[in-house]
Design a protein around this ligand. Structure first.
Ligand SMILES: [Zn+2]
Length: 318
């Protein structure tokens, strides 16, 4: 198998997303397609034209349903042709067109949930605007355009598809056993933390990202791996060490959150602010998501409880 990497610009932390072009016996697949942003599609188009040409692409594989990983699909479909897309069904509602009513329900629930958990009014307005733009028709793919299977064949290369819920519910990693190669999407990075992000599609539908992500780390500990190609940043050669460092970090941060809720009843938003006082305010949703994750862990361990006052939820230790 040969692997080529194209880095595509994104306006968020890490600032670039990795697109991979893999080849075996003259068959090709693209892993993740990058964000539809500025001249990214042109970059992707020229990269593929300059290597194998679009006609040779057998599959597009999406590690998960975030716009920086699937964003150029619509342009590919419009300007080139429909290429079969592997996507785990649990991420369908992040990528495919979903009924308007359901979207609206999800957006209202998200708004109410965040308000109850301490997010200030001005930031909630931004959420409203963002959710509008994410759901523009530009990103919509139909159900018949995607498929899912546990294994995918590119020439002589067999990629095993492992479900790794966490960063999103339908996140997958791809494993080439023969070469010990993993394409990891946003499951793991060489540095930093793949903060599982909140996402609401329907009422009461909140996936517990962080607890799921921790269980999904086991897969990386069990496989025989030489190199991991993540969706952002550089390849990882010492994956076992990275995983144990991340687990240590989780324990440390969990303890920190426990100490914070031990001093006073506090909202999730405020916990996020206390965890990262120096991170710019524009990244508040990352801080909130991470605080939510530790609250889920501590709640699952019966170490904390919540109470409601003036329509806000406060956490404190038991
Ligand atoms: Zn992602």
């Amino acid at each position: 198998m040969t692997i080529q990497n194209l880095k595509i610009k994104i306006p968020w932390p890490f600032f670039e997303v990795n697109v991979f072009l893999i080849e075996s016996k003259n068959e090709y697949a693209i892993i993740d397609t990058g964000l539809s942003y500025q001249d990214n599609f042109k970059k992707l188009y020229e990269f593929i034209e300059g290597t194998c040409g679009w006609n040779r692409i057998k599959f597009i594989i999406l590690t998960h349903g975030h716009p920086d990983h699937y964003g150029n699909i619509k342009d590919i479909f419009h300007n080139i042709r429909k290429i079969p897309i592997l996507l785990h069904p649990k991420d369908n509602d992040r990528v495919l067109e979903i009924p308007k009513e359901e979207r609206k329900e999800g957006a209202i629930f998200a708004y109410e949930y965040l308000a109850k958990n301490g997010v200030p009014e001005d930031k909630l307005e931004i959420i409203k605007e963002q959710s509008k733009s994410y759901f523009t028709s530009k990103y919509r793919i139909q159900k018949e355009d995607v498929f899912f299977q546990d294994e995918i064949q590119i020439g002589e290369t067999t990629l095993k598809v492992f479900q790794t819920p966490g960063h999103t519910p339908g996140h997958v990693i791809l494993y080439d056993e023969k070469n010990g190669t993993v394409f990891a999407g946003d499951h793991v990075f060489s540095k930093g933390f793949p903060v599982p992000l909140l996402f609401f599609t329907k009422k009461e539908d909140r996936f517990q990202n962080l607890p799921a992500w921790i269980s999904s780390l086991k897969i990386l500990e069990q496989l025989d791996i030489k190199v991991v190609y993540p969706g952002h940043l550089e390849p990882i050669y010492e994956i076992k060490a990275v995983v144990s460092k991340m687990k240590e970090r989780v324990e440390k941060m969990k303890k920190k959150v426990y100490d914070i809720v031990s001093t006073q009843p506090i909202t999730i938003y405020e916990i996020g602010q206390k965890l990262y006082p120096n991170v710019p305010d524009e990244f508040w949703s990352f801080k909130f998501s991470e605080a939510q994750g530790y609250i889920d862990l501590l709640k699952n361990e019966n170490l904390i409880k919540s109470s409601e006052e003036n329509s806000k939820i406060y956490y404190e230790k038991i």
